[in-house]
Write a protein that binds this ligand. Structure first.
Ligand SMILES: Cc1ncc(COP(=O)(O)O)c(C=O)c1O
Length: 399
């Protein structure tokens, strides 16, 4: 199938299909488990002539298994180019270090993954890049934070852990009118639920560790670009200017696992979204639950925007009970669901965001982010929904 035809396939078919490896015609791509590659005089001369991606040199700079995963991600996110790296945080850090320099300014939502927030609030400031934190669901606040040196607006498509959704069309318009690029972390949504580049976002960063891999066994991250504001070769610029300097290359084995993960992404996330909706409705009617945050519920503050942007409402939800100790007791009492870090895998996974993912975020910042002590975050998995309800029912009896 030629590339034009491949692009026109439905998303579901694009996830399953990739061409066989030429030569062997293997329909499962081989894993190029190599740190380095052999030169010939001809290869040597081509490298001197500037052909750096076309020939394999060293796997920190690029590896055929990584390229195959990148190619598939371009079809899944509808991008023009992609760089795959060692983790979601590598994708975020490499993007920001690759694009910004001392004296630049970012406007970021104040509700982002805690490590992203810390990176922007502390580490990046040490390099002279300042961030103004705003509520990106409030477009006026975003507008007022923009300065002459603002280079990027950053937010999560579904924000961790309150599932906040911003008006992406309005942010893109505001940014592009001023020549500012828009970067989205699409981890919580997954490319099955939402594809930011289709809505004008310039760069999507994503932890492939989560829904894309989907089996809690591989770390990875992607940077996918489609932008009128950035040069067409920006991904290769970032590869050579930043990835090769910071390290953080994706391992070939993980690239292969993530490539395999994509092939079932649509069926997994479809079922996970359905389980999330069933759990959200069950929890909203539970007498011990004070509040549920799920974009699919009419009670969610951005439910209408979610309906406009997304055919499904994602597999992530959050609910609040009396306090943090009670939350820990409930999660420890779960027998089927897993109490622990991460999300997006086949098993339902739960955590207390305020003292786990957001442990190092100061209390006043947590207040702004609307992170409360008794919150429990759920990543809905693939179990039978009635078994999930029964598990929460018995665990909630423990408080
Ligand atoms: C929204 C979001 N972005 C990025 C990351 C970082 O991903 P990784 O753990 O693959 O570095 C996470 C991790 O939980 C996340 O939740």
């Amino acid at each position: 199938m030629d590339n034009e035809k491949r692009k026109k396939l439905t998303l579901d078919s694009r996830m399953v299909f990739y061409p066989p490896e030429p030569g062997s015609m293997s329909i499962s791509d081989p894993i190029y488990m190599a740190s380095n590659f052999q030169y010939t005089e001809e290869i040597y001369n081509r490298v001197l002539d500037g052909a750096r991606k076309e020939v394999n040199i060293y796997s920190r700079c690029g590896n055929p298994s990584e390229y195959k995963f990148e190619e598939q991600m371009i079809y899944i996110e509808n991008g023009d180019s992609c760089l795959a790296v060692a983790s979601g945080m590598a994708a975020i850090a490499i993007t920001l270090f690759g694009l910004l320099k001392s004296g630049d300014h970012i406007v970021s939502d104040w509700t982002t993954y805690s490590t992203t927030h810390e990176f922007l609030d502390h580490r990046f400031t040490d390099f002279g890049v300042e961030t103004t934190f705003v509520d990106s669901s409030n477009i006026e606040m975003v507008r007022q934070a923009i300065r002459p040196n603002t280079k990027a607006i950053y937010f999560e498509t579904i924000a961790n852990p309150t599932m906040k959704i911003s008006d992406i069309e309005a942010i893109v318009k505001l940014g592009h009118d001023k020549g500012i690029i828009v970067i989205c972390d699409n981890t919580f949504a997954s490319p099955y639920v939402f594809r930011p580049l289709d809505w004008g976002v310039d760069i999507v960063v994503e932890s492939a560790t989560k829904f894309i891999g989907g089996h809690n066994d591989a770390l990875g991250g992607v940077i996918v670009v489609k932008s009128k504001l950035l040069p067409p070769d920006i991904i290769e610029k970032i590869r050579w200017s930043t990835l090769t300097k910071l390290g953080g290359a994706l391992s070939p084995f993980n690239a292969w696992l993530l490539l395999r993960g994509i092939q079932t992404l649509h069926v997994r996330v479809e079922r996970m979204c359905s389980n999330a909706m069933i759990l959200a409705k069950y929890l909203e009617s539970h007498p011990k639950v004070q509040k549920v945050w799920y974009p699919g519920l009419p009670s969610h503050p951005q439910h209408e925007i979610a309906r406009k942007l997304m055919p499904k409402f994602g597999a992530m939800l959050c609910f609040e009970i009396s306090d943090e100790r009670a939350a820990v007791r409930v999660l420890d009492g779960l027998e089927l669901c897993t109490f622990g870090a991460s999300l997006g895998g086949v098993r339902t996974t739960t955590q207390v965001p305020s003292t786990m993912a957001f442990l190092d975020v100061p209390p006043e910042q947590k207040k702004l982010m609307n992170i409360r002590d008794g919150m429990i975050r759920i990543s809905a998995g693939l179990e039978d929904p009635q078994d999930l309800i029964a598990d929460f029912e018995q665990a909630l009896k423990k408080i």
